[in-house]
Design a protein around this ligand. Structure first.
Ligand code: HEC
Ligand code: HEC
Length: 375
């Protein structure tokens, strides 16, 4: 009885002592990371993006090796639904070792750019490329059409998109990608401890907000303040979805570099699958201004899309090449960043933070609360 009482008292006094450390300004900034989840986003460029049958077909196709020419892979081989839609390897293993880390596929609806280098401006194009990419699933539109017409999905596919034999191979490819994209558009990370904190702040319910650990609050203060992480990791997804050089080495080997956004733009500007192209279902071409106006410049070399930090604790290793093994390593990377090496112009925003061990632990504690426990 006494023991129980003491424990309760400690819990109670602990709760009473806890407080919200944020200033009024910091609270305002914290609110900008929500609300979460976002409302469902239909994709006007994909007429089946809100179609329940297409979503179900997309999920089935995603998990089925029928999308690779020899049945060697499914999308899920690299984007494993059991592992937050990624795999723990630093760089993805396709038919050869690919140059980049496999991104987790959650929270992708409605972005302006897709891929580390932004080679797509819409989600169905980003879903289409791996099907025909030689180092990945290696289908041709023709072999895909044959595979789809001989698969277990023929009826579902035809119920949504019409008779396969009446469709050209490229249309079959685009339709399959639109079903995949309809499914991917539904993947959203769960609410987290951070969201409870943020919403309590919005309600001005400070006793409830005070349940958010103080270490995470101090980490958030660094994220907003001295760390200036919020410059790039902002909004409800913690990403500006633009391209930056965050100081990760971009040499693939002694002679080759990963050009990042530069090669992404080369690809994008010659792709038939952009919002400007014929396969866009939206007569108004919403969003196509981006691809229409984008230009390559030297500053694009070695820049990569700012990743979202939602669910980040579940998706180690980190960065476009998977070179940093955990969140602690990422924070240490920013703390000791070599600014001489930042090659893109105008990244003056990053500087050596020289964080103390306590500050490193606080920033990691904050980042952890952007995922749903247990991690
Ligand atoms: C061999 C491993 C592998 C397979 C198989 C694979 N992917 Fe990926 N996926 C990757 C990698 C690596 C990237 C990052 C590529 C880049 O940005 O250069 C990626 C990127 C993506 C993106 C962009 C994500 C973002 O954050 O912008 C989407 C969407 C995607 N894949 C969907 C799919 C679909 C759908 C399939 C099946 C048709 C598939 N992937 C098959 C490894 C794979
Ligand atoms: C100038 C923009 C910018 C700033 C400022 C910035 N980041 Fe990043 N962040 C990026 C980009 C770009 C990447 C991907 C870099 C790459 O892969 O080469 C990244 C990657 C990450 C990742 C890895 C995510 C993943 O899925 O691989 C984490 C975690 C992260 N940043 C946290 C932080 C923290 C914490 C701070 C502040 C100390 C910070 N970032 C400041 C742009 C920025």
């Amino acid at each position: 009885m006494t023991l129980w009482f003491t424990a309760a008292l400690i819990a109670l006094t602990g709760a009473v002592r806890a407080e919200v450390l944020l200033s009024a300004d910091e609270i305002e900034q914290a609110l900008s990371f929500g609300p979460w989840p976002p409302s469902f986003h239909t994709d006007p460029s994909n007429r089946v993006s809100n179609n329940a049958r297409a979503i179900a077909l997309g999920e089935a196709l995603f998990n089925d090796p029928v999308l690779s020419v020899d049945g060697a892979f499914s999308c899920a081989s690299c984007h494993d639904p059991e592992q937050a839609f990624t795999t723990p390897e630093a760089r993805a293993l396709g038919r050869v070792l690919l140059d980049r880390n496999t991104p987790s596929l959650r929270n992708l609806a409605g972005l302006r750019w897709y891929g580390w280098g932004g080679k797509s401006d819409n989600l169905w194009a980003a879903s289409l490329h791996p099907i025909i990419e030689e180092q990945e699933m290696a289908h041709s539109p023709e072999s895909l059409k044959t595979a789809m017409s001989e698969s277990a999905y023929t009826n579902d596919f035809e119920a949504i998109f019409g008779v396969i034999q009446n469709q050209g191979p490229e249309l079959v490819l685009v339709n399959a990608a639109k079903a995949l994209s309809a499914y991917l558009g539904t993947l959203v990370t769960d609410r987290t401890q951070f969201d409870d904190f943020r919403d309590a702040l919005e309600r001005r319910d400070f006793p409830a907000a005070a349940y958010y650990p103080e270490a995470a609050q101090r980490g958030l203060q660094l994220f907003l303040g001295r760390g200036n992480c919020v410059f790039c990791h902002n909004g409800p997804r913690f990403s500006n979805n633009e391209f930056h050089d965050a100081g990760v080495p971009y040499f693939l080997n002694e002679t080759e570099v990963d050009e990042g956004r530069f090669s992404g733009l080369n690809f994008l500007l010659s792709s038939p699958y952009t919002l400007e192209g014929d396969w866009n279902d939206d007569p108004d071409r919403q969003g196509a201004w981006a691809v229409r106006n984008v230009r390559r410049s030297h500053a694009d070399f070695g820049t990569f899309r700012t990743p979202s930090l939602r669910g980040v604790a579940e998706t180690a290793p980190y960065m476009h090449d998977g070179s940093l093994k955990d969140l602690n390593a990422v924070v240490r990377h920013y703390s000791k960043i070599n600014t001489e090496r930042l090659h893109a112009d105008g990244e003056a925003i990053l500087s050596q933070l020289n964080l103390s061990e306590q500050e490193i632990a606080d920033l990691v504690a904050f980042l952890m609360t952007l995922s749903k426990a247990p991690y």
